[in-house]
Design a protein around this ligand. Structure first.
Ligand code: ZN
Ligand code: FE
Length: 273
């Protein structure tokens, strides 16, 4: 018995300290996120929508910025990079496919490559569609994903540079992460995403449950992210384009998932809730 207790104590003592996250608003509806490694003191900003907001978050937490992990080149994710780099001397990790469009990129990464933030380690998942070179960062040990403008809660990014099929494949990669994986994304769009989703999939109990939860969070002025992959798999119509019942509801029974996805995405693009 004493031996078992000792073993548990040893395992506790070598287990790395958990990652800490600080999420805050930037610009109109962009999320800023800081990821902090307690063990080394390293801190990464996931994208840099606005230098002043990131600097304020660093001052509040007392964390020192060591890295910026960029998901894609859009200015609402990169505008803060030059100023933050100059101020903190941090490293900027950018998607290889669009690094030329990202001012200050130091390291470029692609599918399957790893990125470390202190002792934390992420695997890069290429998730093109919103932009052609968009990437997501998957911290497997922490079950934590940073998905930029690919997956939103109860929504997904607009397909700007890629094709619907490309975006569907990217979402399917994120959907394959564990159900209890938490993810952070680029925008607080959840409430309007839900208004649209309820027009596509009105009888979905998981969606109705998420709608009630989000209404309560918004009433309290709280963010609706992070969400989990499990919740989104059940409630987000953009992750359910291969569900036969949903396809049938849209008059697309038996059609390929990418086509069902394209139909849902097109409807959202013109939706005015
Ligand atoms: Zn974007
Ligand atoms: Fe964005």
């Amino acid at each position: 018995m004493a031996g078992i207790v000792l073993l548990v104590r040893i395992q506790r003592s070598v287990r790395p300290m958990p990652a800490k996250i600080h999420q805050f608003m930037c610009l109109q509806d962009n999320f800023g996120v800081l990821l902090h490694d307690e063990t080394s003191g390293a801190t990464a900003a996931i994208d840099a929508p606005e230098a002043a907001a990131v600097a304020r978050a660093l001052a509040e937490t007392g964390w020192r910025l060591t890295d910026i992990l960029v998901t894609h080149h859009h200015s609402d994710h990169t505008a803060g990079i030059p100023e933050l780099k100059q101020r903190y001397g941090c490293r900027v990790v950018a998607p290889r496919g669009e690094a030329a469009r990202i001012d200050g990129a130091d390291d470029t990464v692609g599918e399957g490559e790893s990125v470390t933030v202190g002792t934390l380690s992420a695997r890069v998942i290429e998730t093109p569609g919103h932009t052609a070179g968009h990437i997501s960062y998957w911290f497997e040990a922490e079950k934590l994903a940073f998905v930029g403008d690919t997956l939103f809660s109860i929504g997904c990014g607009r397909v700007i540079e890629g094709t619907p099929e490309m975006m569907w494949n990217s979402l399917a990669k994120l959907r394959a992460l564990p159900d209890d994986a938490r993810f952070y994304c680029g925008h607080e769009y959840t409430a309007s995403n839900i208004a649209f989703a309820l027009t596509v999939d009105p009888d979905n109990a998981a969606l109705k449950e998420r709608a009630a939860e989000v209404a309560a969070l918004r009433a309290e002025g709280k963010p609706t992210l992070p969400s989990t992959i499990g919740v989104e798999k059940a409630a987000n119509p953009f992750l359910r384009a291969d569900d036969p019942a949903l396809a049938a509801r849209l008059g697309l029974a038996g059609r390929p998932a990418a086509e069902v996805f394209a139909r849902i995405r097109g409807a959202k693009d013109t939706f005015r809730g």
